[in-house]
Design a binder for this molecule. Structure first.
Ligand code: HXC
Ligand code: NAP
Length: 287
């Protein structure tokens, strides 16, 4: 069931969305579903060849419209140009999906300050650049836009070995919650999704050291015993980008099969206690 599309046909007809990092991975999957629901999509990232290929494929697969625009989200002028290209092509932009990210694993003391900047700039600066450009445009044009940002659960907890990413993603949550209140008067909503493990080439090739695939088997960390399916994330994203979620504002929705709570709950380790031991303890208690 969770691998099936959720919203009704044409639920997003007439809408146009910008999806940063839309050429690959989760951005591609979410863009595809937005198009299946009738939206036009501007997919952007640094690599135009990747974007153009994805745009052609998505148009062939969905019959919808996808425009590929090269844009490094770290550079505000490029973000403004992307917005202008989107408006020129589709007349109006209704929503922004801040999905672009950069990440790698490393002991923090081994990082140069430039490495730290690189990740924080893509994740946080990229998100506020796009949000600011779209927000100014929506306020001026009196459009009730919506922003959805993809963050992570370690933005709540922190996490070693991905510290620049954790810092950047935590900032994205602060941006979301702050502007959800400040810009509500303009009819602009901001929400975020914190996904658990969803297989993508971009994330998994960078986050799992070679040879440790079995030890770091992501699904073992998830109480539901599996990784996420791209469609279930796309369903949630489409709902949050749509007017069906008009009263959801400033929310960060976790979709991780219970993964982060499993790591957090102090006594969850008791899952290792076998049934026989529970039986024995029960007998002793009843004696
Ligand atoms: C340490 C590193 C490094 C690494 C790069 N650097 N990779 N340091 N470990 N693995 C350092 C470089 O040495 C350099 O510093 C600085 O970072 C900039 O590196 P560049 O290669 O010039 O940067 P750039 O070409 O802009 O590439 C950005 C990138 C790259 C982040 C390094 O990986 C990228 O393009 N990523 C985009 C896609 C991505 O990361 N997807 C995964 C998202 S997953 P010096 O000092 O040498 O100049 C995600 C999942 C969350 O967020 C949760 C999952 C469960
Ligand atoms: P991905 O395929 O590597 O996606 C990252 C995208 O960001 C790429 O398309 C990349 O394209 C783009 N990008 C990177 N730097 C950019 C820049 N400076 N300007 C514009 N675009 C840039 O990985 P993914 O797994 O689908 O990740 C998508 C989102 O989900 C990210 O926000 C990630 O943090 C989040 N997430 C993923 C998981 C997971 O398990 N997969 C879990 C939690 C959160 P270019 O290289 O062409 O620029």
């Amino acid at each position: 069931m969770y691998d099936q599309p959720m919203l009704r046909d044409n639920a997003l007809k007439g809408k146009t969305f910008i999806v940063t990092g839309g050429g690959t991975g989760l951005g591609r999957s979410m863009s595809k579903y937005l198009m299946e629901l009738g939206a036009s999509v501007v997919i952007s990232s640094r690599k135009l060849d990747v974007l153009q290929k994805t745009a052609d494929e998505l148009q062939a697969e969905t019959g919808g419209k996808a425009l590929a625009v090269a844009c490094d989200v770290r550079i505000y002028e490029e973000v403004e140009q992307m917005l202008q290209q989107a408006v020129d092509a589709f007349g109006q932009v209704d929503g922004l999906l801040n999905n672009a990210a950069g990440n790698f694993i490393s002991p923090t003391e081994r990082l140069s300050h430039r490495a730290f900047d690189t990740v924080v700039d893509i994740v946080l600066k990229g998100s506020y650049n796009c949000t600011l450009a779209l927000g100014k445009y929506w306020i001026e044009k009196k459009i009730s836009g919506t922003v959805l940002s993809i963050t992570t659960t370690y933005a709540f907890t922190g996490s070693g070995y991905v510290v620049p990413s954790a810092c950047g993603k935590a900032g994205v949550i602060a941006l979301t919650r702050s502007l959800a209140v400040e810009w509500a008067k303009y009819g602009i909503r901001l929400n975020a999704i914190a996904p658990g493990p969803f297989p993508t080439e971009g994330a998994w090739s960078r986050l799992v050291p070679p040879g440790l695939e079995d030890d770091l088997d992501m699904k073992k960390k998830v109480p539901m015993g599996r990784v996420g399916h791209h469609q279930e994330l796309a369903n949630l994203a489409a709902y949050l980008m749509s007017d069906f979620s008009a009263y959801v504002n400033g929310e960060v929705i976790v979709i991780d099969g219970g993964e982060w709570l499993k790591g957090a709950g102090e006594m969850n380790v008791l899952e290792k206690v076998p049934d026989q031991l529970w039986d024995m303890m029960e007998k002793m208690r009843k004696k």
